[in-house]
Every structure is written in C-alpha cells, then in structure tokens.
Design a binder for this molecule. Sequence first.
Ligand code: DCT
Ligand code: MG
Length: 400
Amino acid sequence: SWFTESMRAGGPVVVESRHRIQDPSSQFRVGLPSTSESTVSQYACQRRTTLDNPNKIFTDAFEVLAENSDFCDSKGQALAYKRAASVLKSLPAALRCLGDTEGLPCLGEQTRAVVEDIFECGRSSKVETILSDEKFQTMKLFTSVFGVGPKTAEKWYLRGLRTLEEIVSEPHVHLNRMQQAGFLYYADITRPVSKAEAHAVGRIVKETVQEMSPNASVVLTGGFRRGKEFGHDVDYILTTPEMGTEEGLLLRVIDRLNYQGILLYTEYQGSTFDANRLPCRRFEAMDHFPKCFLIIQLHAAAIQDGTLSCDPGDRRGWRAVRLDLVAPPADRFAFALLGWSGSTQFERDLRRFARLERGMLLDNHALYDKSKDAFLPAKTEEDIFGHLGLEYIEPWQRNA
Ligand code: DCT
Ligand code: MG
C-alpha cells in the first residue's frame, strides 16, 4: 500500500518540478502510430492508460532504473524514469524506432539512450548492470519485507547482511511489530493477490459492515479498481451517510474481524483530519482519514472459484493477504476514492496539473481554488475532473 511505500521512503517525500512549462497547451506533437498525428500530454491525467502496455520492454527497463534511483535516494531521477515509463505506457502502439520518441514529453537524453540500447541490442546494458549489482539485489530483497524501507534496507546492507535468514538470526537487529509480521508472513505477502482473492476479501468486509451499519458502503479502490488481475494488497473505502460515524464504524469492523479470528496483523490510525487546516500545500504521502493496515487470513472456502494462490504442497487451506481500509467522512468520499484509486503516477500528475495549470490544490480530502479562495465540493469523481476542466478518465484508463 502507499502507507508501506511512504514508510519505505522514510516519510512523505516528493520531488516535483516547480517550473511551469512554457508550452501553454502542455501538448507535444507526435507521429505515432504511422500516419495519424496525435498529441501526448505531459500530464498522466490527460492521457488514457490501459493495462495493455505495448512498450513493456522499455517500461520494465525504466522501472528498474527508477527503483535503483529510489534506492540511491535520487528522487528526482527516479521520478524522471517513472514519467518516461508512464508516457510510453499510454501510447497506442509499440515504438518502432528511436525516431518514434521524437516529440514525446518526459523523454530526455538518458531515457532515449536506454531506448536506443534496447533497439540495438535487445537489452539495456545499464539495466543489466543494475540487475546484477549486489547492492541492488540486496536492497530489493530487504525492501520486499512488509515494513522495510530503503533506509532500513541500506542500514542492514552496510552492516554486511545479505539474506533474510541473516537478518532474523542477527541478535543486534531490532524488528518493529510491522517488520515482524513482514517476516512471519513473508511468503504469503510477497505472493501476488488475485482478483478473485481481492473480491473474496471485499465480501468478508461487506458482510461485517452490513451487520453493524446497513447504510454504510464498501467500495473497491486501488489497483483492482483499475482492472488489475493481481495486486500486492487489497484496498477498500468504507463510508457511512451519517457524518462523524465512520471512525467508529472502522473500529467496530476491526473488532469484528478480530473476533472472527482472521486478523493476523492490525495497525490502526485514527483520524487526524481537520477541515480548518486545509488546504494542504504539499503532495502528502498520507491522508488524514481514519484507516487501518491489516493482514487477514483468507480461507479457500471464501473464494468464489475456491482457488487460493499458494504453493502446490501447501495444506493450510488459507493464505495471508494485506488489506488496507480507509474511512473518509461522506462529504470527502469522492476525493478519497479518486486519491486511493491511483495509479500513483496518475495521482501525482492530477495534483501537479491542478496546481500548475489551474491554480488549484488537490489532495485526498479537498480541492481548493486559490484565485476564488474557495473549496470546490464534489459528490463524484466526475465532479472533480469537471472542476479541473479535465475530460473524465475511467479508473481502468488510469494505469499511468
Ligand atoms: N497513493 C496516493 N499517494 C501516494 C501513493 C499512492 O494517494 N503517495 C494512492 C494510489 C494508489 C493507492 O493509493 C493505493 O496504493 P497501493 O495499494 O500501493 O497501489 P495499487 O495501485 O493498489 O497497487 P497494487 O496493485 O500493487 O496494490
Ligand atoms: Mg493496492
């Protein structure tokens, strides 16, 4: 979840260009595919990005480079690679030659060199070097543990630790509660969650919510709302029409799941929401709504087709699944839904677009118009796109 991500990053860290681009339309002309000329916006929120990515060979390479830059704490460089990957994901067809990158936004000298390398050799030597680098491999391994971010991973690496076994057997390593759960359920948590499993988790949450608060709603968000077949966790939003009762509802849901004996790990965060402190002027890694980060036990019987993703020899009949629940007040639901639906790159650009092109501040709680000195209310995601003067982009087109 983005919580773990922000924990990994050691707190809210965002590097974004404050320089307004010169081209007022923010559009770049490209000649792709073949004859029909089209334009690609530099903002992911002005592009429709589905899950079928014709440029996977290039975007996979950029994502390795981005991850490596993140490990080296080069946030700006990481963002440049993520933006380049995101632009290529939105194209209707695969690049045919280096010339096809001409006129595309967010592709600079470094990313073009990678594309050129792949066209010439079928692979990028820069990426190969990273993939075979011991530090990269170790950082990747350590950060794959729930609750372990690049800071902790690097600390362990510098102490000479290289394997997960070494970490758990090293007496001087202190693991916090989250990391202990991360090691305990490592195999399950690192195994992708299927769509069927995500829906099964949703049914469990819905039944529990229904019992206590029949008017409350449970809405799927995150990657599965964007149509992904697999995810690293499951994200749901709970809300009730009775304003002010959402926090209590979330607490009662946790209690109830606990009583059912299916909660393996619980991290609850109460509301820190204060409407008087809005608008927030930075892209915050975390919103202020009550939320919880859970690990739940999902039994095979709960899944519609009964198939649990697990090892063939696994006789447990259940697996552990990471589940995030967030409970915004009803009047903030649309903002929370838009924010939690992602992708991260899409969200980043929505906020950047709002700020730089519209003089507005958007976050998971609100949209604020600086020139009017007013908050713009929204009941639906469409309302928010409307306020921003953006064409509506469906969740399955937000895979930027
Ligand atoms: N998010 C956000 N701010 C961030 C990072 C993420 O608002 N700084 C949003 C975007 C996605 C959403 O939170 C849920 O986060 P994840 O579960 O990490 O992302 P996902 O797209 O659901 O990916 P996965 O399929 O791997 O779970
Ligand atoms: Mg998710």
